[in-house]
Design a protein around this ligand. Structure first.
Ligand SMILES: [Fe+2]
Length: 461
């Protein structure tokens, strides 16, 4: 078995680099495995140091990493033995196939004299040896994982390894580059020898940063999942509250959802941005939610007209609604304001605050129109639903007094709204959907594409 003389500088450098790579390795999400680019240095170590010292260096690096990780002695023994076996077997095959330590075509001292076909042969021998490394490593590691999880060894190996073997084999050629860099600096004297570490250490740092970004991507995904769940819970709670109110007043069944659908149509026709549309939809859905309070129950069920005193109580429902809606932290601000002011009038004669014109939030002005349309287009105990022309003329009458003239203009000319008014059954009983599904989508995509796929070489975690 041919081998180079022991080079202490090579031994020290490779031990340092190997340890740094082991410490910065990243979690393989497909199973209980970890993977990193450390195999590049195991392969380079073998090419530079030969079979014995290469295998021993790999074993020592693994032992140090296992000690830092405080792995159990069974796992540590397995991982160290596996690493020595993989590297040892790889370079025994390499040596048996006629490979030299280091490959002559990457040795700057003689590479110019190496014929092209010899260089090609050396690359071929190296790649076959690298394949031996990956197969030995992955079969050993996946066999343990398969035994531990009581899954078939072959399917576990296929799932965890086969798809990245090509990537890892391509990445293994980096070992030739590392070897060349080492030999280049090794010929130098004094401080220039450190050039090798000066080139390689930043690469390790870059890999470490990729690893961290990979971790961040998982955090982003978790946040997105939590956010989705929260959104779903909120929507379910809202739907429940709205149904509870409408159960008290059979004549207004579906009213809030229809007002939500109409408000959404007007807001879309206005060309508002998706987030504002969503806020207006939520405010529209909840505009009367305060009517769930006990004091409104007799008023909602009363057959005849309300007395002045009863009206005074009824008019407090927008404040009571805003109070309830403000319990949801995500609705504080604009949504609460739209709910509070949905009975304000353009001329300032509305309630509760008698504000006028553009001081009334746009969403509240939209909901006021949608609310009135739904009241006119549904059957009430005292009258039937009104036809389209009457509804449009009532809206026109309210220009600049009850409603924002610009919004009335837009509403009566909106094909969508006219269709909804003409056929109220087509007004969707609508629940707002979140339009911002991923809070971190952009980041996730860029992080994902930035993460290299090297994962086949690993150990038991
Ligand atoms: Fe109301």
């Amino acid at each position: 078995m041919a081998g180079p003389e022991l080079n202490l500088w090579a031994l020290g450098s490779l031990l340092l680099i190997g340890c740094l790579l082991e410490v910065s390795r990243t979690q393989n999400k497909s199973g209980g495995l970890t993977g990193s680019l450390v195999f590049v240095f195991h392969l380079a170590g073998g090419l530079i140091l030969g079979v014995f010292w290469g295998a021993l260096t790999s074993g020592v690096v693994k032992a140090i990493a296992q000690t830092i990780d405080r792995s159990s002695w069974i796992k540590a023994t397995f991982n160290v033995s596996e690493r020595i076996l993989s590297v040892g077997l790889t370079f025994l095959v390499y040596s048996a196939l006629g490979g030299s330590f280091p490959p002559s075509f990457v040795d700057p001292a003689i590479s110019r004299q190496i014929p092209f076909n010899v260089a090609l042969l050396e690359i071929g021998i190296f790649l076959i040896s690298a394949l031996v490394y990956f197969v030995t490593n992955s079969v050993a590691v996946n066999a343990v994982v398969a035994l531990a999880s009581e899954r078939p060894i072959l399917s576990t190996w296929r799932a965890n390894t086969v798809w990245v073997l090509g990537y890892d084999l391509a990445a293994s050629t980096l070992a030739l580059l590392v070897t060349w860099l080492f030999l280049l600096s090794n010929d130098s004297e004094g401080i220039t020898r450190l050039a090798f570490l000066g080139v390689v250490l930043p690469l390790i740092m870059a890999r470490h940063i990729y690893g961290k970004l990979n971790g961040l991507e998982e955090v982003y995904k978790e946040l997105d999942r939590a956010y989705e769940e929260l959104e779903q819970n909120v929507r379910e709670q809202l739907a429940m509250m709205v149904k509870a109110i409408e159960a008290r007043d059979p004549y207004t069944s579906g009213h809030s959802r229809r007002v939500c659908g109409l408000s959404s149509a007007i807001a879309r026709d206005l060309g508002l941005n998706p987030e504002e549309i969503e806020q207006i939809e939520n405010a529209a859905l909840l505009h009367d939610v305060g009517k769930i309070h006990e004091e409104f129950a007799p008023l909602l069920q009363k057959e005849g007209k309300l007395t002045d005193e009863e009206w005074t109580v009824m008019k407090t429902h927008s404040i009571r609604s805003a109070e309830l809606v403000s319990l949801f932290s995500r609705f504080q601000g604009y949504v609460v304001a739209c709910v509070r002011h949905h009975h304000e009038r353009w001329d300032g004669r509305g309630y509760p605050d008698e504000i006028s014109g553009e001081a009334i939030p746009l969403g509240a002005r939209i909901i006021a129109i949608a609310d009135t349309i739904d009241a006119m287009t549904t059957n009430r105990p005292y009258r039937n639903a009104l036809p389209l022309e009457v509804v449009l003329s009532e809206l026109n009458k309210g220009r600049n007094t009850q409603f924002d003239e610009t919004l009335v203009e837009l509403t009566v000319n909106s094909v969508t709204v006219r269709r909804l008014i003409a056929d109220p059954s087509s007004i969707p009983e609508y629940l707002p959907q979140s339009r911002s599904r991923s809070r971190h989508g952009g980041n996730s995509r860029s992080l994902r594409s930035a993460t290299p796929p090297f994962r086949a070489a690993g150990d038991v975690q």
